[in-house]
Design a protein around this ligand. Structure first.
Ligand SMILES: [Zn+2]
Length: 319
């Protein structure tokens, strides 16, 4: 599904006296992906040229410079594709401007007629099209691209950020949580692994307080299994209770989890120094991920969990 709504960029050629925003966007976008801007968008002298950019190619034979003529067509407001009449005489325009290539920069798509015209020019001039899908995919995959998107598509981007949360910048270093077994970064993995609280077995529940010996986090599967084996060998009197880290990274689950730890403490639970320090470290590391709005999917997940009582693993009240 498209993320960026190109209609956020005002329609071109409306006599406001301002330069066309879409052309400025094209300039910023092409500079961002590595082209050198030779002529800026200029309202006066169009003549079929919106922008000229250069590309340096380094090969075994040395450096080649390719000059590209850029044609910007902003038809998102009508939604129509760019046809051969909209972008006519391409080869003549490229040659008249002493360029070697043609870039079509379009907020919709190239019509099939235009696409086959361009194909026909292969061998004589180079051509390429940046349509809305190609532009979007380049922008959304880097921090610099997101900055440009923020400038030209503020509404789309704010919605996208809610659905694709990034950790909040709270501490001076990027958040990190490394598997206690293999040392791999858990935040980089799709499955964030599990956090495990190891509690001492109790014989007399009335007389003994809960005692948390260790808090650990690992990849799910092999690393978790290895840790279990190691812990059972070294500490035969411990029981493990685990949570999915991806669940704890949901803001609502996180605060619920913090509350349950506070309640446990109130009920007299004790921690080894190591376990307490690990628990604090874990919470600090996860916190940048939970300082945010819920995604739509998480909202649905939470609503479903609210229907379930807590003894069934839900978030609903049970008295
Ligand atoms: Zn691991």
């Amino acid at each position: 599904m498209a993320v960026l709504d190109f209609k956020e960029i005002p329609e071109a050629h409306i006599a406001t006296g301002l330069q066309d925003t879409f052309e400025l966007f094209a300039r910023d976008f092409l500079a961002f992906i590595g082209y050198k801007i030779i002529t800026d968008p200029d309202r006066g002298a169009d003549g079929g040229v919106d922008l000229v950019v250069e590309e340096k190619r380094t090969g075994v034979g040395g450096e080649t410079v390719i000059r590209w003529l850029v044609s910007c067509k902003h038809k998102a407001h009508s939604g129509r594709s760019v046809n051969p009449v909209d972008d006519a005489n391409i080869r003549d325009r490229v040659e008249a401007n002493e360029c070697n290539g043609f870039i079509g920069f379009y907020s919709t798509l190239a019509s099939s007629g235009l696409a086959s015209n361009l194909e026909g020019m292969n061998g004589r001039i180079e051509t390429q099209i940046f349509d809305r899908e190609k532009i979007e995919s380049k922008l959304l995959h880097s921090a610099k691209g997101l900055q440009i998107s923020e400038r030209y598509f503020p509404v789309s981007l704010s919605e996208w950020r809610t659905e694709n949360p990034q950790p909040a910048q709270i501490f001076s270093v990027a958040p990190s949580l490394k598997c206690n077994v293999c040392d791999k970064e858990l935040f980089d993995q799709d499955d964030k692994g599990v956090v495990t609280l190891w509690t001492k077995d109790r014989i007399d529940y009335a007389a003994e307080s809960e005692f948390i010996e260790q808090v650990s986090w690992t990849c799910r599967g092999r690393c978790d299994d290895l840790l279990q084996v190691r812990m059972r060998r070294d500490h035969p009197n411990l029981t493990d209770g685990w949570e999915d880290i991806s669940d704890v990274m949901i803001p609502t689950i996180f605060i619920k989890w913090v509350m349950s730890i506070l309640n446990q403490q109130r009920d007299g639970a004790l921690y080894s120094d190591e376990a307490f320090s690990s628990l604090k470290s874990f919470m600090l590391r996860v916190f940048p991920y939970v300082s945010r709005h819920l995604t739509t999917q998480e909202k649905e997940q939470i609503e479903m969990l609210m229907l379930l009582p807590s003894y069934l693993g839900g978030l609903g009240y049970d008295g």
